[in-house]
Design a protein around this ligand. Structure first.
Ligand code: ADP
Length: 334
């Protein structure tokens, strides 16, 4: 069985950067988040201070990193990038914080994965713009307070529920990014096609948008794969027929479910009779990390109406059975 997983095809890094929206006006979709952020940023600019710390939460590929870059650009500030897993020792964070210049935006991706000592240092830095650096070991150790220039922390997380209470409380504003509507993805695709100089018909754009899992990163990735197909097997113009044929080659189905989505649905229905089953059991059945199933796969399957979360575990809906070409059990009510 040769399956190509559309969500894990290499990301053509440079192209990705060129497709990022550069300003709040350039950012398509997430109208509430944009309006709220606009107020937070404009308020701070009017008063001449730094805005409150901002938490961006939502599944991967919805534009959290792009939004952090936009926040810095809108403020006219420099952006410093790091991630939770990179801040293993508090010293790493102290070095980062002490190098900040007033007004800088510090972006910490996957902030829920930050190690405990670094997290505790971060509380103080966020609240008092100060860190205590411990020098030496044992009884001779001393704590040296260091000032940190006023900065804005932008944290991104796929699991806001995994953040500790004290950390969450120190953000003045949390933006929840949700999956995009197909019409929004179609606008994103039209913009990307313009930037890449790819002729993309409206109905072809709609076809790709409908199979992008509500996710701009996937939409852009599928556009590049469809472009390859159009260049190699046709005259470079992306029509609906070309888009369909290309997406069939990459095993992207009507709903845009990828290999893992289908594996999870398949296990839930075939191995567990449709559930209820716990998410960790489901993860073992498909050979994946529970976090990946819970943070990447499940949100979309729930949104697509394929999986319901119940107190006793995950349950496949009638739509899931039908998606797999099976007849739902007669007593299934969801
Ligand atoms: P995240 O940090 O949430 O994983 P990114 O900000 O890295 O997501 O976005 C992934 C890609 O999707 C970006 O390179 C960008 O090209 C595209 N993208 C995301 N959101 C938008 C948007 N609202 N409009 C246009 N393109 C977007």
């Amino acid at each position: 069985e040769s399956q190509v997983d559309a969500s894990f095809i290499a990301s053509d890094g440079d192209i990705d950067a060129s497709l990022r929206p550069k300003s709040l006006d350039d950012f398509i979709g997430q109208p509430r988040v944009r309006e709220q952020l606009q107020l937070v940023l404009s308020g701070a600019k009017m008063r001449g201070g730094t805005p409150d710390h901002i938490l961006l939460s939502g599944p991967p590929g919805l534009g959290k990193t792009s939004m952090a870059m936009i926040i810095a650009a809108e403020l006219g500030s420099a952006l410093r990038l790091t991630s939770g897993p990179a801040l293993e020792r508090a010293g790493d964070l102290a070095a980062m914080l002490s190098n900040l210049v007033e007004g800088d935006v510090l972006f910490i991706d996957e902030i829920h994965r930050i190690a405990r000592p670094a997290e505790e240092m971060l509380y103080l830095a966020m609240e008092d713009f100060r860190v205590d650096v411990i020098v030496g070991k044992g009884p001779g150790a001393t704590s040296i307070p260091l000032e940190v220039a006023p900065f804005t922390l932008v944290g991104a997380t796929t699991r806001s529920g995994a953040l500790t209470g004290p950390l969450r409380d120190r953000f003045g504003f949390t933006a929840h990014m949700d999956f995009y509507e197909p019409a929004e993805l179609q606008l994103i695709l039209a913009r990307s096609a313009r930037i890449l100089g790819v002729p993309l018909g409206d109905d072809a754009g709609a076809e790709i948008a409908g199979r992008s899992r509500g996710t701009p990163r996937i939409a852009n990735r599928l556009l590049r794969r469809v472009r390859d197909y159009a260049d190699v097997r046709a005259d470079g113009v992306i029509t609906r027929e070309i888009a369909r044929a290309a997406l069939a080659v990459y095993d992207v189905d009507q709903l845009g479910l990828d290999r893992l989505d289908r594996a999870v649905l398949g296990a839930l229905v075939r191995s567990f009779g449709g559930g209820p089953v716990g998410v960790s059991t489901l993860a073992v059945a498909v050979g994946e990390e529970p976090a990946t199933v819970e943070e990447v796969c499940e949100p979309f399957l729930v949104r697509a109406g394929m999986i319901a979360r119940t107190p006793r575990g995950r349950v496949a809906t009638a739509a899931a059975w039908e998606q797999l070409g099976l007849t739902p059990p007669p007593d299934l009510t969801i």
